[in-house]
Design a protein around this ligand. Structure first.
Ligand code: OSB
Ligand code: MG
Length: 369
C-alpha cells in the first residue's frame, strides 16, 4: 500500500515565446499550476491545465486550487492506496473539476512509477518508444504570416499541421495553406466557434481534404456534431465535448465524431484517459493526445499517455522550444527531424524538474499535509 504524505501546490509564471490565439482567447503569460505529491518518501510531479480564464472550460487555476485544497486532498489524505489508478474512483463524489483531479492524480502516478523504478509510460501500459508529433498553429494577423509559420514547422519535421480557425478566419487560411502545401496532413480546430446555421460553410471545408475538423460546434452539442458528421466527408474530431467515458460512448454511438482528442486535464487524469482510449480502440476510433500549452511537466505526462497503442495519430505534443525560451525540466523535450519524440527510459515521467528554476518562477505556494 502507498500513502500520500503531503502535497504542494504551486503557481509559476511562464511567458510563451509568442502569443497564442484561438477562437476564444489570446494568451502569452501562462499561469502554470504544478502539483507535487510526496508518496512514501518519493516526490512525483503533475500539472493541472486549468487556464487563466474560464473560456476553454469552466475551470480556472483559482477553481482548481480550491477544489484540490478543500475537496480532493481531504478525500485522499491519510488513506492508503494500492495504486494511483484508484484515485479517480475515490474522488468521483466531486462532480466535474477534472483538471483539478487530473493534476493531482498525475503527480501520484509519477511517484508510483518512481517507487516501482519503472518509466511511467510502461506502468500505464504504453507500447510505443517513439511518438508522432504535430503542431497547433494559432490564429495569425495575415495569411503570409500563417504560411511562414506552417513552412517553419514542416521544415522542423512535424508530421501534421493544425491551424486554429474561427468566423472570418476559416476557408481563406485553409485554402491558402492547402494551395501552397497540397499534400501535407492538414486539419482545422474551431474551438466551438460555429453553430447549426454555419453548416453550409463547414460542409464546404470538405474541398480541402482535411485529416479532420476539430470541435466545430458548441462544447455541449454532441447531437449537433452527429448531424454535422452525417453531412460532411471530413472526419470530425471532438475535444471540448468529451469530458468522460460516458460522453465518449455517446459520441461514438450516435456518430458525433470519428476521432477523439484526449487531454489528461479535460478527462480527469491517466485512469479515465486510459478507459476512453480502450473504448475508442474497441470501436475502431483512433485517438491522439491534445495539448494545453503545458510546461515540461504536463508535456512529460502527455508523452507517457501517447505511448498507448491506439494513439495512432500525431498529437499536439511538441518540443519545449516551440513554447519556451527555457523549460522547467531536463532534458527539454526535443523532436526529431522525422517529427517524433523518443520516450524517456528513466523512472517516472523520465524528465527531471529543475527546482532552482521552478523556485525562481514561483508566485504562490501552499503545502498541505
Ligand atoms: O483546442 O487543442 C486546443 C491550446 C489551449 C487550449 C485549447 C487548445 C490548445 C491548442 C494548443 O491547440 C496545443 C498545444 O500546442 O499545446
Ligand atoms: Mg482543440
Amino acid at each position: 500500500m502507498m500513502r500520500i504524505e503531503q502535497i504542494c501546490l504551486r503557481e509559476i509564471k511562464m511567458r510563451l515565446l509568442a502569443p497564442f490565439e484561438t477562437s476564444f482567447d489570446r494568451v502569452q503569460d501562462r499561469r502554470i499550476f504544478l502539483i507535487e505529491a510526496r508518496v512514501d518518501g518519493v516526490t512525483g510531479w503533475g500539472e493541472s491545465v486549468a487556464g487563466e480564464h474560464p473560456l476553454y472550460s469552466y475551470e480556472t487555476i483559482e477553481t482548481a486550487w480550491h477544489i484540490i485544497r478543500d475537496w480532493v486532498w481531504p478525500m485522499l489524505k491519510g488513506k492508503p492506496l494500492e495504486s494511483a489508478a484508484e484515485i479517480w474512483d475515490r474522488v468521483s463524489p466531486i462532480r466535474g473539476h477534472n483538471m483539478a483531479k487530473g493534476g493531482l492524480e498525475a503527480a501520484v502516478w509519477d511517484a508510483e512509477a518512481k517507487l516501482k523504478g519503472v518509466p511511467l509510460w510502461k506502468l500505464l501500459g504504453g507500447k510505443r518508444e517513439e511518438i508522432p508529433c504535430g503542431v497547433s498553429i494559432g490564429i495569425k494577423e495575415s495569411i503570409a504570416e500563417l504560411n511562414e509559420a506552417v513552412e517553419k514547422e514542416l521544415r522542423a519535421g512535424y508530421q501534421r499541421i493544425k491551424i486554429k480557425i474561427k468566423h472570418g478566419w476559416d476557408d481563406k487560411p485553409l485554402a491558402a495553406v492547402r494551395e501552397r502545401f497540397p499534400l501535407i496532413r492538414l486539419m482545422g480546430d474551431a474551438n466551438c466557434d460555429y453553430r447549426a446555421a454555419d453548416i453550409p460553410l463547414l460542409r464546404s471545408l470538405d474541398r480541402f481534404n482535411l485529416m479532420m475538423l476539430e470541435q466545430p460546434l458548441a462544447y455541449d452539442d454532441l447531437y449537433g456534431h452527429a448531424e454535422l458528421q452525417r453531412q460532411m466527408q471530413t472526419p470530425i474530431c471532438l475535444d471540448e465535448c468529451i469530458h468522460s467515458l460516458t460522453h465518449a460512448r455517446a459520441a461514438i454511438d450516435i456518430g458525433a465524431c470519428k476521432i477523439i482528442n484526449i487531454k489528461l486535464g479535460r478527462v480527469g487524469g491517466h485512469t479515465v484517459a486510459r478507459r476512453i482510449h480502450d473504448l475508442c480502440q474497441l470501436h475502431g476510433v483512433p485517438v491522439w493526445c491534445g495539448g494545453m500549452l503545458e510546461s515540461g511537466i504536463g508535456r512529460a505526462h502527455n508523452i507517457a499517455l501517447s505511448t498507448l497503442p491506439n494513439f495512432t495519430l500525431a498529437g499536439d505534443v511538441a518540443a519545449s522550444k516551440r513554447y519556451w525560451e527555457e523549460d522547467i525540466i531536463l532534458p527539454e523535450v526535443t523532436v526529431s527531424a522525422q517529427g517524433t519524440i523518443r520516450v524517456p527510459g528513466g523512472p517516472g515521467i523520465g524528465f527531471e524538474p529543475r527546482l532552482d528554476r521552478i523556485d525562481r518562477l514561483t508566485v504562490r505556494k501552499e503545502r498541505l499535509a
